[in-house]
Write a protein that binds this ligand. Structure first.
Ligand SMILES: Cc1cc2nc3c(=O)[nH]c(=O)nc-3n(C[C@H](O)[C@H](O)[C@H](O)COP(=O)(O)OP(=O)(O)OC[C@H]3O[C@@H](n4cnc5c(N)ncnc54)[C@H](O)[C@@H]3O)c2cc1C
Length: 485
């Protein structure tokens, strides 16, 4: 059966070769290690949700390839409703975990993107990438894999193209093409949810020209493939994950990682693009359209939890939540803005000839700019409602809270509203985690920087046409030329 339980998912991660490091230590078991167990728990909740009668309809679907019931995050999204379900699932996952579950997102999106692009490459060049991808998707669906998506390269000097970099390894590249596969070298950085993933879907990080054809590669690798070393990044307050108590009050979390590929062999059947540089633009276009339409739901879901946390803080401080009604409503408006703008972009989308649904680019990229902006205002409001206790997490640590000598005093002075000191402390730490701690998902640059999205909005907005419309309305018959042209 393609639907996996939490137990089967955890067992599949335990089987992988240990190749993840943090603070100089090799992580032997990602499901129990203090730095990775929370990200695994977050993803495991999607497997629970797939078996919960209340959420199964959202977390599962029918495979368009086999007719079997599968995890939604392994599916091809062939209709508007399918992509909307992706959005709704993201919002629900944030409500269940408080943060990002990247292994249920970028790899799924990459798989759908390549379904369209391999179809186009095969048609133009007579390759067999689409069939290879189909075979891998069948495996992914049957195994119920969690799949990270890796696009971002180390890049090197941002003013230079990949082929001009003094160190060519700064962008993942093909070192050797063999009959049976490829040898690749380089790095992908800041990749979400890798420790919770079974597989990694690798895509080009940008559009490439002929001089950079060695960088035009799309493939999938098992997370524990030989030659791949994974180094976890730091996040705010991550050493608290090793502490006891409630200074991180949640059991969930998110991680990002550096992926170092040292001459990794990728078998041919797992390669979906090899030097066809002319199609890299299409990959970026489709990937970002789906991603930036759906990411509005992520920040909306985290915003929902921020509304809840702010209400808990108001009450724990001894104030009715309604004191802050106007601020709570503004938070809700921010959430619904990014969520529904994404839904609108999906509704305005169209079906690719390969069968997948692609959201409208202009509105998806416009949404990305809101996603990089509005959640910061929501966080500010959440902190304003909570008070100094949440602004910097400004109260003693759990260890001091339970200290035999002065813990009672800490608790006495933490107590405020109609709840225990511990409940107020937990609500405050949750708010801190959501707004400036390890729970912050990274909505500014995650999914691409907002300036890149602005460039697309500028390119797709018919501004000259709008100037003509305005001219006509104003009764102007003469030309008003652009000065300096
Ligand atoms: C929390 C988090 C999660 C992430 N998860 C993933 C993931 O799962 N998978 C993945 O592939 N990536 C992931 N990323 C990486 C993310 O996609 C990148 O951060 C993003 O694409 C921006 O790249 P960068 O960080 O290298 O920024 P930079 O390229 O260093 O850009 C910095 C700034 O400079 C601007 N800039 C860059 N180059 C130029 C130029 N030539 N001219 C003018 N301006 C320029 C940018 O617009 C930006 O404002 C994640 C990032 C974060 C923070």
């Amino acid at each position: 059966m393609a639907l996996k339980t939490r137990r089967e998912y955890l067992a599949s991660l335990k089987k992988l070769r240990p190749n993840i490091y943090k603070f100089g230590q090799k992580i032997e078991d990602v499901t129990t290690n203090s730095f990775t167990r929370r990200v695994v728990e977050s993803h495991a909740r999607a497997y629970d949700a797939a078996h919960d009668p209340d959420s199964a309809a959202l977390f599962t679907t029918t495979s368009t390839l086999t007719g079997e019931k599968i995890h939604r995050h392994n599916s091809l999204m062939t209709s508007m409703e399918d992509v909307m379900a992706n959005s709704k699932m993201k919002r629900r996952m944030y409500q269940l975990t408080g943060t990002c579950t990247g292994g249920l997102c970028a790899g799924w999106n990459a798989m759908n993107t390549m379904w369209a692009v391999t179809f186009e490459v095969d048609k133009a060049q007579g390759t067999d990438y689409h069939e290879r991808l189909k075979n891998w998707i069948l495996q992914a669906q049957s195994a119920g894999w969690t799949i990270a998506g890796a696009l971002t390269d180390a890049k090197g000097n941002r003013s230079l193209k990949a082929a001009q970099q003094p160190d060519l390894d700064t962008n993942l590249r093909i070192i050797e093409e063999r009959k049976d596969g490829l040898i690749i070298r380089g790095a992908k950085l800041m990749i979400c949810g890798v420790a919770a993933s079974n597989e990694i879907f690798v895509l080009p990080g940008t559009t490439y020209g002929e001089a950079e054809k060695d960088f035009a590669i799309a493939c999938v690798v098992p997370r524990d493939i030989e030659g791949l070393t994974i180094i976890e990044t730091r996040r705010p307050s991550d050493t608290r994950e090793q502490e006891e108590g409630f200074d991180i009050p949640v059991e969930t979390g998110i991680t990002q990682a550096y992926l170092i590929f040292e001459d990794v062999f990728v078998p041919k059947e797992r390669v979906f693009l090899c030097r066809e540089f002319a199609f890299t633009g299409k990959i970026i276009q489709i990937f970002t359209s789906i991603y930036r339409a759906c990411i509005g739901a992520c920040v909306a879901g985290q915003g929902d939890i921020m509304i809840g946390a702010a209400m808990l803080m108001a009450r724990a401080n001894g104030l009715p939540a309604r004191t802050f009604s106007a601020k709570l409503v503004d938070m809700a408006i921010n959430n619904e803005t990014t969520f529904t703008m994404g839904i609108g972009s999906i509704a305005l989308g169209s079906k690719h000839p390969a069968g997948i649904w692609v959201p409208d680019s202009l509105t998806a990229h416009a949404n990305k700019v809101h996603v990089a902006t509005l959640p910061y205002e929501t966080k500010r409001l959440c902190q304003e409602i909570g008070g100094g206790i949440v602004e910097t997490g400004c109260f003693p640590a759990y260890r001091d809270f339970i200290d035999p000598q002065y813990g009672k005093m800490v608790q006495k002075y933490l107590k405020a509203g109609p709840c225990s000191a511990e409940a107020r402390a937990r609500a405050a730490r949750l708010t801190e985690w959501l707004t400036l701690g390890a729970g912050v998902p990274g909505c500014m640059h995650g999914g691409g920087s907002p300036d890149g999205a602005r460039l697309v909005v500028r390119a797709l907005t018919p501004m000259e046409k709008y100037a003509e419309m305005a001219k006509k309305l104003a009764g102007i018959t003469e030309e008003i030329p652009e000065p300096g042209k």
